[in-house]
Design a protein around this ligand. Structure first.
Ligand code: NIG
Ligand code: FE
Length: 410
């Protein structure tokens, strides 16, 4: 006897190949028309057609005629825990003041650093919980959360502890990343290497207390150079962390190539990735995490070269980059719309990029992003007739309900 049996007009079943999908594989998406998914003890117990499910018995049967069922989505790049907000920067943006100029003047990331330092751990927890609940309502059941608004030991640890507590107390599975190298704080101005040493000295306690699995750095003009980032990430890797990088987001510095060379799990943004960087992504296991919401919000016309990346054989994932500055949105469905319109990705590529590939980008490919018997029953029921509809109809929330480990959570 199953706990729950859900019938839907279409079911999205991303491939579980044991690795991220790359290149042309991304354009293949398995769907089951008139399908059914069974849940037992929080796990997926059945995936098949309506006919195959005809003899199954369940305590609860949901007949979602006309609707789509998919795995819970995975958001692999967010800055979830922060104090304050930055609506005051919108007017500066409208006047054309560049993002890096606002940062150089002590605003931007540094303004959120001040707010985060001033916010208590409990208040940060409540605020992040609010955003996390909203992410869940958009269909995300697994996501990554970065620190990086402390830039000092005390506040970075405070952010990481909040993420850990959220993971323990909220249905969402949260994967934590240490982004202490997010900007150079005022007291280290002109001394980036000394600041990076300070952040590296935190790795032992982070590892001992299980506060992060990944280490990330913002490789950008006026922040950290490619060589500083390489040295920093290599040390983090040696200390046992998976590594990620904010690369070629605004200026094309060559962080994409470096990420492939050092075996980063993911390289994120990549708007200005060079031809060589794109070629190297196609040959490495580094997943390209693209964040078109950020490009949109920064008011740029040029988006990451997703088509070239897929042609070169790369594995592409998509994410909100949820943060208070360059991408204040929890709406991953809008990112799916932007991926269609601005990155020219196909609906099949987009679904693979927010499920299986996003899961691999945060080391959760074996548990999330796919509908396979025995896995956690993380499911989303959508008020849409088919999977192509979600990247098409934009700006609204199509989610009908969300299950996490078989429990209805939204
Ligand atoms: O991914 N670029 C660096 N970090 C974030 C933005 C953080 C912020 O502006 O607060 C990003 O775009
Ligand atoms: Fe980011």
């Amino acid at each position: 006897m199953l706990d729950t049996l859900i019938f839907a007009s279409q079911i999205v079943v991303p491939a579980g190949e044991g690795r991220a999908l790359r290149g042309a594989e991304m354009n293949k998406l398995k769907v089951i028309d008139n399908g059914a998914v069974g849940i037992k003890d929080g796990k997926i117990a059945f995936v098949g057609t309506r006919e195959e499910a005809a003899d199954l018995k369940a305590n609860e049967t949901i007949d979602a005629e006309g609707k789509l069922l998919s795995p819970g989505l995975v958001d692999p790049h967010t800055h979830l825990v922060f104090g304050g907000s930055r609506e005051h920067e919108l007017a500066l943006k409208q006047q054309g003041v560049p993002y890096l100029e606002i940062l150089a003047q002590g605003g931007g990331i540094l303004s959120t650093v001040r707010a985060t330092r001033e916010t208590t751990e409990d208040a940060l927890f409540e605020k992040a919980m609010f955003h996390l609940n909203r992410c869940l309502t958009y269909g995300v059941t697994t996501m990554e959360a970065k620190s990086g608004y402390g830039l000092d030991k005390e506040t970075e640890l405070k952010q990481l502890r909040v993420a850990k507590k959220l993971n323990e107390s909220h249905p969402m599975d949260l994967v934590s990343t240490f982004l202490g190298a997010h900007a150079i704080p005022e007291n280290y101005k002109g001394r980036p290497d000394a600041f990076l040493e300070e952040m590296l000295s935190m790795l032992s306690v982070i590892s001992k207390e299980g506060l992060a699995e990944f280490v990330d750095i913002f490789c950008e003009t006026g922040v950290f150079s490619v060589e500083q980032s390489r040295t920093f990430l290599q040390k983090a890797k040696t200390a046992g962390f998976g590594v990620k990088i904010h690369a070629d987001e605004i200026d094309p510095l060559g962080g994409t190539e470096m990420a492939c060379e050092i075996g980063a799990v993911s390289a994120d943004h990549l708007v200005g990735a060079s031809k060589e960087g794109v070629r190297m992504l196609g040959e490495s296991d580094t997943i390209a995490v693209l964040l078109p919401g950020t490009t949109f919000y920064l008011g740029k016309d040029h988006f990451a070269p997703a088509r070239e990346m897929i042609s070169s054989g790369a594995a592409v994932a998509l994410s909100t980059d949820f943060n208070p500055g360059s991408s204040p949105t929890e709406n991953i469905q809008f990112i799916m719309n932007l991926a269609a319109l601005k990155l020219k990705m196909t609906p099949e590529e987009i679904w693979n990029a927010v499920t299986v590939n996003a899961a691999y980008a945060i080391g959760r490919g074996d548990v999330a992003g796919s509908l396979i018997k025995g896995r956690n029953a993380d499911l989303v029921l959508w008020d849409v007739p088919n999977y192509k509809y979600v990247p098409y109809h934009y700006g609204v929330n199509h989610v009908n309900r969300v299950w996490k480990n078989g429990v209805l959570v939204a």
